[in-house]
Design a protein around this ligand. Structure first.
Ligand SMILES: NC(=O)c1ccc[n+]([C@@H]2O[C@H](COP(=O)([O-])OP(=O)(O)OC[C@H]3O[C@@H](n4cnc5c(N)ncnc54)[C@H](OP(=O)(O)O)[C@@H]3O)[C@@H](O)[C@H]2O)c1
Length: 238
């Protein structure tokens, strides 16, 4: 029987690319997100092959009922996030930083906790962190703090929850709707700046990260690791 993967944040970007890749590999996939129109569009993009669940990972009662509804699963992928908390340290508001944690760290934490009663002990949980967690980029203290919190729990949970495998991927700049908080022009110039700094000479695509997630799910000797998938941008710009 095929293994069941639940992707929270599977209706867009990295989560959607992961769903596509895993479906192609024969996994059974359930994708979740808050917006039912986005889920329906994703289902069409996946040629109807994924199950969908409307689910708000920032709401504990929805999380409990959602995990009860989907039942047994082998792997959990936490591909939801937040763009809140960016900006110069001297100016970023504490409310924005707090929102970044509310929209990413606590939902990741709560979903991983909720999965424990239904996830196979031979399975895995994969979190999405970001290079901001370990990349000294001015203006990313708030984002970096939230993503570092995610990265920090990975090895701890890998020990505490063993034999369940716990890993993360830390993406660089990936072309997804995550960047929609910028205008088209700003996004274009930000991307051009990153391309100039990135050794591979391009922005990442969602499937670049999906490949790393698939590797972590399918390799039963991987646990406690965060894979950086950033085209080398974290190496610096000299
Ligand atoms: N794109 C990048 O450059 C980049 C770089 C580094 C790290 N990351 C991280 O990678 C992860 C995926 O990002 P992405 O670029 O794929 O973003 P995206 O395209 O905006 O996708 C985010 C997904 O999460 C869902 N989501 C958001 N809040 C949710 C909630 N409370 N409950 C359930 N689903 C929720 C969204 O659907 P709904 O809005 O319908 O809920 C959507 O399906 C995030 O953790 C992000 O921080 C991204």
């Amino acid at each position: 029987m095929s293994q069941h993967v639940f992707i929270v944040g599977g209706s867009s970007g990295i989560g959607l690319a992961t769903a596509r890749r895993l479906l192609d590999q024969g996994y059974t996939v359930t994708i979740a997100g808050r917006d039912s129109a986005k889920l329906a569009k994703a289902k069409v993009a996946l040629r109807g092959t994924a199950n969908t669940l409307r689910f708000d990972a920032s709401d504990v009662s929805t999380i409990v009922s959602g995990f009860a509804e989907i039942g047994a699963l082998d792997h959990l992928v936490l591909a939801l996030g937040s763009s809140k908390g960016g900006g110069p340290f001297s100016a970023v508001s504490l409310d924005e930083v707090r929102m970044g944690f509310d929209e990413k760290v606590f939902p990741h934490f709560a979903c991983a906790q909720a999965a424990l009663s239904s996830i196979a002990k031979t399975g895995s949980i994969t979190f999405l962190s970001a290079v901001s967690a370990h990349w000294a980029m001015p203006g990313s203290a708030g984002l970096g703090a939230a993503n570092a919190a995610i990265a920090a729990i990975v090895p701890i949970l890998a020990m505490e929850l063993r034999p369940l495998r716990i890993n993360a991927v830390s993406p660089g700049v990936i072309d997804t709707p995550w960047w929609d908080f910028l205008s088209a022009n700003d996004r274009e110039s930000v991307f051009a700046g990153y391309v100039a700094k990135t050794p591979v000479g391009r922005i990442g695509q969602p499937d670049d990260v999906a490949r790393a997630i698939e590797f972590l799910i399918s390799n039963s000797f991987m646990s406690g690791q965060t894979i950086t998938c950033d085209g080398g941008i974290g190496l610096g710009s000299s």
